[in-house]
Design a protein around this ligand. Structure first.
Ligand SMILES: [Cu+2]
Length: 485
């Protein structure tokens, strides 16, 4: 196993990481004990394995530029939480804010009560309160933890804040060889409402045609813009660089911890060997120049350091990079201004990492058509799945444990949607008409007017939320609830 490095907040030391220790190995938590009153010991007293304290935090994102936000344990990102697959831990959540919080364990297959989503009737972390429960981490790989509240029009809450932290679930067997490991999370700050629509990429002929066919009664409503962009809470050039040596194999764990942005990342003069998507090893690791991550997506990529110098690992979007979206990669013994070279434009294609066989036939196909109702200038757009916005009173869609379901994500809007399924991983079976197999994910970015298909077999009963991970889309209707029995 390689050395461990974290380049956030003035180089934390290993001691400051939170380790989940085995306190009751072999016991699988099916329920949970919890306390909701401050200072009341639960049925299971004694120190917890994992403690997250939700509270105000100041983040020095650049020289003489400090953000006031809410975070975990006084830092942004929160602490790196290392867990072991199948080893049950006790979790303490303290909330030092005036509002209820949900702490969502993204990408884990765990019971609904501890998953951390209101729609799933998960346990709440009350304002100025405490919640304790036990959870058994699975599956292994790069996961994360983040708030799951719905801030609606309040840009000082929800995923607009600094409430996110890496969760790394150690596999029973260790993945490939590497010399150093870095965890890097992207996040944007100082959000504002704007009518300016950011084109993420040039629409193709099909997308232009479909857009022209849609005759909207109203113009597009609010979008979100940002002033500042960071990796691990630091603007480009302000934080500690990623320090490497010639010849090293460096494993990067990237996390898009944005509330609303889908991003691309490149490291000029180097290639990323993508070995994992959303923490799951891909069938066919491939080398690419540019990574793309929808909101909440993770990529594990190995970079061979064979081009000595000082480089910028950052977004190809010039304005966003100038406003901070990047980090310096510095070879030992090299100095000078970091270099950026714009990468060639090439569309991201999930299927190059998959197997080119057809996936097994599903037991049932569930079409999910994404729609948008324009809000008009100065208003919020509404989002629909199969023609309806989320209705908390509606009966959840029933699913059976052990059956293989095919979700057909049919995006009939011009926006890209990073859609997420809670408490399950799904297997991509078709991306934009191309068949694939073996790629396991929990978020997939469905581009405007495109279709993606993904299969999953629920293994645990209970409520399971499906939603767009773009905060504004989720808050304004883009959600659907399943009930597995
Ligand atoms: Cu969306």
């Amino acid at each position: 196993m390689g050395g461990l490095n974290d380049v956030s907040n003035s180089m934390r030391t290993r001691r400051q990481f939170i380790y989940g220790m085995a306190c009751s190995a072999g016991i699988v938590a099916t329920g949970c004990e919890h306390t909701t009153e401050r200072g009341q010991p639960g049925a299971d007293s004694g120190p917890a394995d994992i403690t997250l304290r939700i509270g105000p935090v100041l983040v020095d994102i650049a020289k003489d530029h400090t953000i006031s936000t809410i975070g975990y344990n006084g830092g942004v990102p929160g602490p790196l939480i290392r867990l072991r697959e199948g080893v049950t831990v006790t979790v303490d959540l303290f909330n030092d804010t005036d509002t209820s919080e949900f702490v969502h364990w993204h990408g884990q297959v765990i019971p609904a009560d501890v998953d951390g989503a209101e729609e799933e009737k998960s346990l709440v972390v009350p304002p100025h309160g405490h919640l304790r429960y036990r959870l058994t981490p699975q599956p292994s790989g790069a996961r994360f933890v983040h708030t799951h509240v719905m801030p609606m029009s309040d840009l000082s809450r929800g995923t607009y804040t600094g409430q996110f932290a890496f969760v790394h679930i150690e596999p029973k067997d260790n993945p490939g060889r590497y010399d150093q490991e870095f965890f890097l999370a992207t996040h944007e700050w100082e959000p504002f409402f704007t009518t300016a629509e950011m084109e993420e990429e040039e629409p193709d002929a099909e997308q232009r045609e479909k857009k022209a066919e849609q005759k909207d009664e109203k113009p597009n409503g609010w979008e979100i813009g940002y002033q500042r962009f960071t990796i691990n809470g630091r603007c480009l050039g302000y934080g500690e660089p990623v320090r490497v040596k010639t010849g090293e194999r460096v494993l990067f764990h990237f996390l898009n911890a944005s509330a609303t942005e889908n991003i691309k990342l490149a490291l000029p003069g180097h290639q990323f060997q993508v070995v994992g998507l959303d923490g799951n090893r891909v069938p066919r690791p491939q080398t690419v120049e540019v990574l793309e991550l929808g909101t909440a997506e993770r990529i594990d990529a190995v970079v061979e350091m064979r081009n000595p110098g000082v480089w910028i690992l950052g977004t190809p979007m010039d304005d966003d990079r100038k406003n901070g979206m990047g980090i310096v990669v510095e070879y030992a013994g090299k100095s000078g201004a970091p270099r950026w070279i714009a990468p060639a434009k090439k569309a991201w294609d999930y299927t190059i990492f998959g197997e080119s066989r057809a996936a097994p036939k599903p037991d049932e196909v569930i079409p999910l058509v994404f729609g948008k109702i324009n809000g008009g200038t100065g208003q919020f757009n509404r989002w629909t799945v199969n023609g309806k916005g989320f209705d908390p009173k509606a009966e959840p869609q029933r699913l059976r444990k052990g059956k293989r379901y095919r979700l057909v994500f049919d995006n009939q809007t011009d926006d890209a949607h990073p859609v997420h399924l809670h408490r399950n991983s799904f297997e991509l079976t078709s991306v934009h008409g191309k068949a694939t197999a073996g790629i396991m994910k929990d978020v997939v970015l469905v581009k405007g007017f495109k279709k993606v298909e993904a299969d999953f077999t629920p293994s645990m009963d209970g409520l399971t939320l499906f939603h767009c991970h773009q905060q504004l889309h989720m808050d304004y209707g883009f959600k659907l609830l399943f009930n597995v029995a």
